[in-house]
Design a protein around this ligand. Structure first.
Ligand SMILES: [Zn+2]
Ligand SMILES: [Zn+2]
Length: 264
């Protein structure tokens, strides 16, 4: 059976400062999900837990109290609305969500490569594609050693322009060490984490860099990882990246229903 295009597990509402769009509400997101026959829609606003010291300016007000303003999420018979978050991983085992609050969320999206926030994620000095590729693997390796509620953890956008805004993101993906990356993906497969296919990151220019863009996902699939779809939408028009772009990405990766990460 083909990989179902019936879910979106990473999506922002107006509560994320980088959205701040009054039209981007749980209700409008649900309406899109319904219209496209989704069965699951997750809301994942940016989050830094007040229990964790040291947020930067961007995260300082985006705490649990803030994202809780979306609750209760609208209920629907067809679409399961899930309350999640996109927190931050800073390296050295530091996550923007305290373990005592893992239970607040039904899905926790962890980005390993928000390297544009250099002070917070400690990416300064990693000034070449090769160093960024090494940093990505190192951060993923660190994550596999953490005690996380893996059945409800998603590894966000391994491909994302934020990995190296001053350089060539595609070259970064090509330079990721295959042996170390395969070992990390084997660990994620064993732990039961989901690997995100972030359709926002598959902007039209990706066609000029297909092998580089698909490389990490191909390796992840070969190591037994499960995948989920994500719009990472911050505005209503961006929700359509899933129906528009997912079919081609899924086909090129050769994914089937067996490869789907199921959020229980
Ligand atoms: Zn992100
Ligand atoms: Zn996001």
């Amino acid at each position: 059976m083909s990989f179902p295009i019936d879910h979106d597990l990473h999506c922002h509402t107006q509560l994320s400062l980088c959205s701040n769009d009054p039209a981007q509400t749980p209700q409008s997101i649900l309406a899109f999900a319904k219209a496209h026959a989704y069965t699951v829609q997750c809301i994942t606003d940016h989050l830094w837990d007040s229990l964790v010291p040291g947020p930067n300016g961007f995260y300082s007000t985006q705490n649990i109290e803030h994202v809780n303003r979306n609750l209760p999420l609208p209920k629907d018979e067809q679409v399961r609305m899930v309350f999640g978050c996109e927190t931050e991983y800073c390296g050295g085992g530091k996550l923007g969500l305290d373990p005592s609050n893992y239970g607040v969320f039904d899905f926790i999206v962890i980005p390993p490569n928000h390297y544009h926030m250099s002070g917070l994620v400690h990416s300064e000095g990693y000034d070449t594609e090769e160093k960024r590729a090494g940093l990505l693997v190192e951060r993923l390796e660190e994550l596999t050693r953490m005690e996380l509620p893996w059945h409800k953890v998603g590894i966000a956008h391994m491909t994302c322009s934020l990995i190296f805004t001053q350089g060539d993101q595609y070259k970064v993906y090509e330079l990721v060490d295959e042996g170390r990356f395969r070992a990390v993906m084997r660990a994620f497969a064993r732990l039961g984490a989901g690997i995100e296919l972030n359709l926002s990151s598959f902007a039209p220019a990706w066609h000029e860099h297909e092998d580089a863009m698909l490389r990490l996902y191909r390796l992840a699939g070969e190591e037994g990882c499960k995948f989920y779809l994500a719009s990472d939408a911050h505005h209503p028009a961006e929700l359509s990246v899933i129906p528009e772009r997912a079919p081609e990405v899924i086909e090129k990766l050769g994914l089937t229903k067996e490869d789907q990460f199921i959020l229980s």
